[in-house]
Design a binder for this molecule. Structure first.
Ligand code: G3P
Length: 478
């Protein structure tokens, strides 16, 4: 059955016994582009079993050998950037150039993680007992970092390759095995990426990829007793997973409502450029997108005009043509965005452009004079629609930012670095960017969300540490 992509288990590409498939709809054509296997719970059990067995010997494989394989996979991934990027274009309507960038960035991330891993996992600690009251120098404690076991990785549709390898590479370098459940939109890109690990020659069972309906295998995977850690990036599902998961470490990144606070002394050309990049790249479908502008009233008119002029220059159309604004991932997503726009319209927001939609394609829209009673002031559209709230004091801006149930990132624009630091301290978000739009990268920086934006911290180093635990051996002297 050449039309249906196989899933990857035990070092082989397999057909599901379910004889069922899941269709991947091209967001641009709204027609079925690919089909993947709908794996059964029994198949998941088998994958878990082989992941568990394989991990035992993988943990004993020398660290430098694990790193060598990861470097190999990174090189193969970069070699195959064109066909993988093509899948990203077809499955998630990522603009062609950005799709290539995602794959290259992923290769770099895998290599960096291998390098970082050999350093931080090659070191342990040596402690002596006599620093704690009542102890003589009779106990020597040796610590090292050991793997957790089987890691379950669930990346989102917006970076199906990059946010998969940001979980795979740290898991594998640390001696874990990994089971990947890719998002439906993005599953074929992810399967191609997994093939690069296959070609690199990882032992069977170290990496597996199961595809299927969330409703059939989602809970089954996240509640599976064979899972020793879950690394998830996505939306509300993450909150549900954290309630159902067993006693395993969780790494979660669940979206945001990143605020852009603009002070009176800000370089407004710089702000406008960052609002475009931050708010509209990949049509706003990034957790770290600028999702609300909080601008001081005295500079609001000038800023809004500058942003409007830049929006007029954005190209809108298919991802194959590398347009700036491309169709959003699904019809339900487009409908949700439209609901937020209609609500803002009814409640009196100023439309800087006419609202326009064709299928899943939504033209970029700036909504001025948004007020706190509008849904768009608080909810994340995950689309090319950006609200502007005019503020009369810095405190008002900080208050709006902190009243959100999200706390991923935020940014502040001012030439006064002292003010910027104070505002950063006051903002309840995992990261604050001064004079630039929010962003996860460079990928070795810590990346974390407060409140409903997540659990734990990511970034290369933090992810390696998170996917290990400390093991001590204490030598007791006579
Ligand atoms: O939306 C996922 C989040 O990780 C964004 O990453 O690189 O666009 O800041 P980035």
């Amino acid at each position: 059955d050449g039309d249906v992509y196989k899933y990857y288990a035990d070092g082989e590409w397999k057909k599901s016994s379910s004889a069922k498939t899941v269709a991947i709809i091209n967001p641009t054509t709204r027609k079925t582009q690919y089909k993947v296997q709908a794996c059964t719970q029994e198949e998941v059990n088998k994958v878990m079993e082989s992941a568990k067995t394989a991990q035992k010997s993988w943990a004993k494989t020398p660290l430098w050998k694990r790193a060598e394989l990861l470097h190999k996979a990174a090189a193969i991934l970069k070699e195959h950037k064109a066909p993988i990027a093509e899948c990203l274009v077809k499955e998630i309507a990522k603009p062609a150039k950005d799709a290539v960038t995602e794959v290259v960035r992923s290769g770099d991330l895998v290599s960096y993680t291998a390098e970082e891993g050999v350093r931080i996992l090659g070191e342990g600690k040596f402690l002596v007992s006599d620093s704690f009251p009542g102890n003589e120098r009779t106990k020597y404690c040796l610590t090292s970092k050991i793997p957790l076991g089987v890691i379950l990785a669930i990346p989102p549709f917006n970076y199906p390759v990059n946010l998969a390898v940001s979980k795979i590479a740290p898991a594998l370098i640390a001696g874990n095995s990994l089971v990947l459940k890719p998002p439906t939109q993005g599953a074929v890109s992810a399967l191609h990426m997994v093939h690069c690990f296959h070609l690199a020659g990882f032992p069977k069972g170290i990496i597996s990829c199961v595809t299927g309906k969330g409703s059939e295998i989602g809970d089954f995977l996240t509640m599976h007793p064979g899972v020793n850690c879950i690394s998830f990036t996505g939306g509300d599902t993450g909150i549900a997973i954290s309630k159902k998961a067993g006693m395993v470490p969780l790494q979660m990144e669940l979206g945001g409502k990143d605020a852009c606070i603009v002070l009176e002394d800000a370089d407004l050309d710089l702000v406008a450029a960052n609002i475009i990049k931050g708010g509209f790249s990949y049509s706003g479908q990034r957790c770290t997108a600028v999702k609300v502008v909080l601008v001081m009233e005295s500079v609001a008119d000038v800023l809004v005009d500058k942003v409007k002029a830049k929006i007029a220059k954005l190209t809108v159309g298919p991802p194959e043509d590398d347009c700036d604004i491309t169709p959003v991932v699904s019809e339900s997503s487009a409908n949700f965005i439209e609901g937020l726009v209609k609500d803002a319209k009814e409640k009196g927001a100023t439309f800087c452009q006419e609202y326009k939609r064709d299928g899943n394609l939504i033209w970029p829209l700036l909504l001025d004079n948004v007020r706190p009673d509008m849904r768009i002031a608080w909810e994340e559209p995950f689309g090319p629609v950006l609200p502007v709230i005019r503020i009369n004091s810095i405190e008002e801006g900080i208050h709006h930012c902190n009243a959100s149930n999200f706390g991923l990132q935020g940014c502040v624009f001012t030439k006064d670095v002292n003010k910027a630091i104070l505002i950063s301290d006051a903002m309840e978000t995992g990261t604050v960017q001064i004079n630039s739009a929010p962003a996860r990268g460079p990928d070795h920086f810590p990346f974390q969300g407060l409140k409903d934006s997540g659990i734990g911290s990511q970034g290369v180093t933090n992810s390696i540490n998170m996917m290990t635990k400390i093991k001590s051996t204490v030598i007791n002297l006579p």
